[in-house]
Ligand binder design. Structure first.
Ligand SMILES: NC(=O)c1ccc[n+]([C@@H]2O[C@H](COP(=O)([O-])OP(=O)(O)OC[C@H]3O[C@@H](n4cnc5c(N)ncnc54)[C@H](O)[C@@H]3O)[C@@H](O)[C@H]2O)c1
Length: 260
């Protein structure tokens, strides 16, 4: 059984990713800051092989220790999914850029960016030794085109910049690690559920946004909003052999709401 580390595995998207990977036969190592969230995913996995590691992914020492534990327990780290983050989890209050607090910028950089570098840096040596591996980082549609000006996304400008950096990092790392059989990709979800924004709340927010800016809360051309399972399926695909010629890509998972 192959082993995948999923950071933020207790989150809305992280849970869906874990469930999809479990259905594809992956053993899971869930890295999350909140024990209760990680436990909910363990419960949802219903006995499927999985471990939890409670830590802040921006804490290099704690993360290094947990990565070493996963390798020691399983003899391999075959995949990494960087899904920790989310505006609510970062504790950054919503704000226009001009009014934003510079101290809050660091939270986006620490979790969205530094932790992505750090996890990749820690797992890549194991993958290089095994001559195979897969990495998928959760970027965002906001990283492909910049968050909309009237977005209710907390700190949209800095968030967008951190996610754009994740995409460029993915492209560069894919070139560096490809010769060792390691594929590195990203996905860019659009509006989706999160822990602080379950489906009903997401619909309410979209209605408000539509009132403030016509067209901004519209449905995907596919006639629905995104679901966490959409992200899970895409990550499962990118880590599978079916994607064995795909590296350095950022898969748009916005449902075609904004094409570029
Ligand atoms: N949900 C969306 O609409 C959406 C859209 C685009 C991109 N994303 C991205 O997808 C990722 C997951 O978002 P989500 O919607 O599932 O969020 P969420 O709030 O539902 O879950 C985030 C999870 O990450 C964990 N986490 C946060 N900071 C952490 C840290 N420092 N160390 C360890 N664990 C930490 C939280 O405890 C939580 O379990 C994020 O990177 C987010 O930016 C989400």
């Amino acid at each position: 059984m192959k082993t995948a580390i999923v950071t933020g595995g207790g989150g809305a998207l992280g849970t869906a990713i874990c469930l999809e990977l479990a259905s594809l036969g992956w053993r899971l190592a869930i890295f999350d800051r909140v024990e209760a969230f990680a436990q909910e995913t363990i419960d949802a996995l219903n006995g499927h092989p999985a471990s939890t590691h409670i830590l802040d992914v921006a804490d290099r020492d704690a993360t290094a220790k947990a990565v070493a534990e996963v390798f020691a327990a399983n003899g391999a780290i075959d995949a990494l999914v960087n899904a920790a983050g989310g505006a609510f989890a970062l504790g950054v209050p919503p704000s226009d850029f001009i009014k934003s607090n510079p101290e809050h910028w660091n939270r986006f950089i620490d979790v969205n960016l530094y932790a992505t570098f750090s996890l990749c840096h820690l797992v890549a040596p194991y993958m290089k030794q095994a001559k195979s591996g897969g990495i998928v980082s959760i970027a965002s549609g906001a990283g492909m085109r910049g968050g909309p000006p009237k977005s209710r996304q907390a700190g949209a400008a800095v968030y967008s910049a951190s996610k754009a950096a994740v995409i460029a990092f993915t492209q560069a790392l894919a070139q560096e690690l490809g010769p060792f059989g390691i594929r590195v990709n990203a996905v860019a979800p659009g509006r989706n559920e999160s822990r602080d924004k379950p489906f009903a709340k997401m619909l309410e927010m979209l209605k408000q946004e539509e009132q403030a800016e016509a067209g901004s809360g519209r449905l995907s051309p596919l006639g629905r909003y995104g679901r966490p399972a959409d992200i899970g399926k895409a990550v499962g695909f990118l880590l599978s052999d079916k994607a064995d010629y795909i590296t350095g890509c950022c898969l748009d998972l916005t449902g075609g709401i904004r094409l570029h």
